[in-house]
Write a protein that binds this ligand. Structure first.
Ligand code: TYD
Length: 214
């Protein structure tokens, strides 16, 4: 495996999608290797099906461990079909969410605990770890406010959770960032979109100068 595995993480309302929509073309333009953008849960048909089940607000009865296992199953399929083949071909993979999301949302948000989530994800990924993780940090009030403002569709099963759930998610992300300072790079996502994109771009390119043009 000689590619570069980059993940992007953040609580709901951090603006991950808007940032990626600007960041990815810039990375693509300057990448010295083939680069692919993908997302979790999904990216391949089995995982997209699982995603539909997980995010459907009609499934009120879903048990939290079922939820965690479904995310891990979707992750496994996506890893095997998309991420690992690309990495073994030496490509740069930019993946929207990975195991850190399950640690934050299921481990802390749903209060399952980090150990259980780590162990099912170790099984699912055979301990594949990103080389670099960009964490877009936003406080939960701002995050929830942004979701409410930008809402075009029905909120998904995770977004309808209240402030305390989202606070637990954010605190878990901050703790993960603190515990993994070499892998996780935190960017303040309350800045303007352009500033967040610039900071994110510099962080990646400075960490991996051999993969990108200056
Ligand atoms: P998504 O449409 O990717 O939202 P976002 O644009 O915020 O990334 O929806 C994914 C939702 O699933 C999001 O609320 C986070 C949640 N999630 C988990 O709870 N656990 C996980 O392991 C993953 C990958 C996502």
């Amino acid at each position: 495996m000689n590619g570069l595995f980059v993940t992007i993480e953040g609580p709901d309302g951090a603006g991950k999608t808007s940032v990626l929509n600007e960041l990815y073309p810039r990375l693509q333009l300057n990448a010295k290797r083939a680069i692919v953008r993908t997302r979790e849960p999904g990216g391949v048909r089995i995982s997209e099906k699982i995603r539909e089940i997980i995010l459907d607000p009609n499934y009120e009865e879903m048990d939290e461990r079922t939820e965690a296992l479904l995310y891990a199953a979707a992750r496994r399929q996506h890893l095997v079909e998309v991420v690992l083949p690309a990495l073994s071909q030496g490509k740069i993979v930019i993946c929207d969410r990975f195991v850190d999301s399950s640690m934050a949302y299921q481990g802390a948000g749903r209060r399952i605990g980090m150990e259980g989530i780590a162990s099912i994800n170790d099984f699912a990924t055979e301990k594949t770890t990103p080389d670099f993780t960009l964490y877009l940090d936003v406080d939960s009030d701002t995050g929830l406010h942004r979701i409410q403002q930008n809402r075009q569709f029905q909120p998904d099963r995770l977004e309808i959770e209240g402030l305390e759930f989202h606070q637990r998610v954010r605190h878990a992300y901050l703790k993960l960032a603190e515990e993994n300072p070499l892998r996780i790079h935190k960017v303040d996502a309350r800045m303007s979109l352009q500033d967040v994109v610039d900071a994110s771009y510099s962080a990646i390119v400075e960490a991996y100068p051999t993969y990108f043009e200056e």
